[in-house]
Design a protein around this ligand. Sequence first.
Ligand code: HEC
Length: 145
Amino acid sequence: MKKLFIGTLAACVLTSSAVYADAISDRKAAMKNVGMAMGAVVKIVKGEADFDPVVASLAFATMNNAAIGIVSLFPAGTETGGETTASPKIWSDMDGFSSAMAKFQADAAAAVAAKPADMGAFKAVFGRVASNCKACHESYRIAKD
Ligand code: HEC
């Protein structure tokens, strides 16, 4: 009986740490997608790539998708580990973090809906979406070099 209990406990500990590792790597992967989408539109802004409405809407849709539900990948217990750069402030101010993510998601969704057809319209929606990255990272991410 004792042996069974210890075995079950070990299985639980293993399971929960695996779940935590998944949450951290899943949220990092989602943010990596956001970063890649950002890279594509930054090239357009910098004039390194031509404005392409398909590329733009795909990039903003990727950001919108990544933001949906990502907050659930920050459960209690995932403050550290898995090379996370999440700031402890996320867990002390989950409401603030959630609303920052909701704003980012809404701005990305609005950028998709705006269907920018030229460079001027594109830059306007880009600016609104991009402001979210720095704002959130400064408050809720530990800068690592
Ligand atoms: C509401 C908050 C929030 C917003 C908005 C946000 N991020 Fe993040 N981002 C985070 C957090 C928190 C992490 C750290 C996640 C971790 O390491 O657990 C992160 C990590 C990252 C990473 C590193 C991923 C990795 O490989 O570890 C990249 C790249 C990134 N963000 C890009 C962006 C870009 C580009 C934008 C804007 C288009 C953006 N983020 C908007 C919160 C945000």
